[in-house]
Ligand binder design. Structure first.
Ligand code: AMP
Length: 398
């Protein structure tokens, strides 16, 4: 069965068509600038040329129609008709406390996702526009919602509760939820496979280090803590997000700079993180690594603070699980930067961690990058959120 995986944002839509049985990618692409001038679709059949077509996309219905037209195109398409698409898997950012696993989408599910929109006002409404557009154009095709938050619903209360009046949890569900759950789940399972161990017996820490970044503690296959919170702003220093800070800073900066709450929040989300630390030099770790290698202060400050924060979380989660068997690195930076892995592992001598420099220099595959006698295994596991969504979708509709 072919599964169409959709990741829909407010003005963009990423898609992949995956054969759920062989787990092979059939085609992928992206619609950009939906509802804005200059919209375009990028489409690439597996092993084929990338095609870029500029075409008006007034709304998401039109974008989905163009995706389906590309997939069924007589010359460059990959399926003969829409009947060859068995189901659609939608990435949904926030499932609140309502969803601890993926679900087949019904009207009740859509209402429940709408109720969670308060918690993710930028993402959930956009995700639902994608669901509605697919329903309009493929009315008979089953759809599944796969939530970024679901994997972390196993966190115990002491890990998810904030130290603020309990009534805010009761009234508004203010608590830690965590994100990147699809990735943390996929990577932890895969790591168990690479180690040849039963995940039910392993204590793993997954470091998802990309532009957005989070760490999770996965004990015996279940998430018991993760660094992002009510929103993705908490935790690690990220590309442009601040991560953890003293909440009093918000009021302090607002007063000093004469800014509104919204303006300060915008700064913490879009101008902070390594971009802010490097004095707005770059949020891209490739630039920061170059700067660090040249001994320049911008990249050095950002890289060191980033690595230190990750190491601190690893220490915290080792304590939370009373030990750790394996530490996994994934996502753009975690998979591709031997340097950042080396900098983080430099703090882990107390765990007996020893990196194998030759293994650590490799890229693009599942790897154990620690030495045979390292006290804790260090792994690099390329994440694949789309495949994980396709698997969840297939499991529910087959
Ligand atoms: P993601 O959000 O998972 O797509 O990751 C994006 C981040 O990964 C960006 O900050 C990139 O600079 C970083 N990244 C990707 N490739 C490399 C690389 N070869 N070396 C260092 N950082 C990289």
């Amino acid at each position: 069965m072919n599964i169409l995986v959709i990741n829909c944002g407010s003005s963009s839509l990423k898609f992949q068509l995956i054969d759920a049985v062989s787990e092979k990618l059939i085609a992928k692409g992206l619609c950009e600038r939906i509802g804005i001038d200059g919209s375009r679709i990028v489409y690439q059949p597996a092993g084929g040329e990338k095609q870029i077509t500029e075409t008006p996309m007034p709304d998401h219905n039109k974008a989905i129609q163009l995706v389906l037209d590309a997939l069924t195109n007589a010359e460059t398409g990959v399926v003969k008709s829409l009947s060859e698409i068995g189901a659609v898997g939608h990435r949904i950012v926030h499932g609140g406390e309502k969803f601890a696993s993926s679900v087949v989408i019904t009207e009740d599910v859509i209402s429940a996702i709408e109720e969670c929109s308060d918690l993710a006002p930028l993402h959930n409404p956009a995700n639902l526009i994608g669901v509605r557009a697919c329903q309009n154009i493929m009315p008979g095709t089953p759809m599944v919602a796969v939530f970024d938050t679901a994997f972390h619903q196993t966190m115990p209360e002491e890990a998810y509760i904030y130290g603020i009046p309990y009534r805010y949890y009761e009234k508004y569900k203010v608590r830690r939820y965590g994100f990147h759950g699809t990735s943390h789940s996929y990577v932890s399972k895969r790591a168990a496979g690479v180690l040849g161990e039963d995940i039910g017996k392993l204590k793993l820490i997954v470091c998802h280090l990309g532009n957005g970044a989070s760490v999770s503690a996965v004990k015996y296959g279940k998430s018991v803590d993760t660094s992002m919170g009510l929103t993705p702003l908490e935790g690690l220093i990220m590309g442009t997000r601040s991560g953890d800070l003293d909440p009093a800073i918000i009021e302090f900066i607002a007063h000093k700079e004469g800014k509104s709450l919204e303006e300060v929040m915008q700064i913490l989300n879009k101008e902070s993180g390594v971009l802010g630390l490097s004095d707005q030099f770059s949020s891209d770790f490739r630039d920061l690594e170059d700067s660090y290698q040249q001994g320049k202060p911008e990249g050095t400050r950002a890289m060191k603070a980033f690595a230190y924060r990750v190491a601190k979380y690893i220490g915290a989660y080792t304590a939370a699980m009373n030990g750790v068997d394996g530490i996994c690195f994934t996502a753009g930076l975690g998979e591709n930067s031997p340097l950042i892995r080396e900098m983080i592992c430099g703090y882990l001598g107390y765990l007996g961690v020893a990196l194998d420099p030759e293994q650590n220099a490799k890229r693009g595959e599942d790897l154990v990058v620690s030495t045979k006698d390292s006290g804790t295994k260090i792994l690099v596991i390329p994440t694949n959120e789309e495949l994980a969504i396709a698997r969840e979708t297939y499991a529910l509709v087959k």
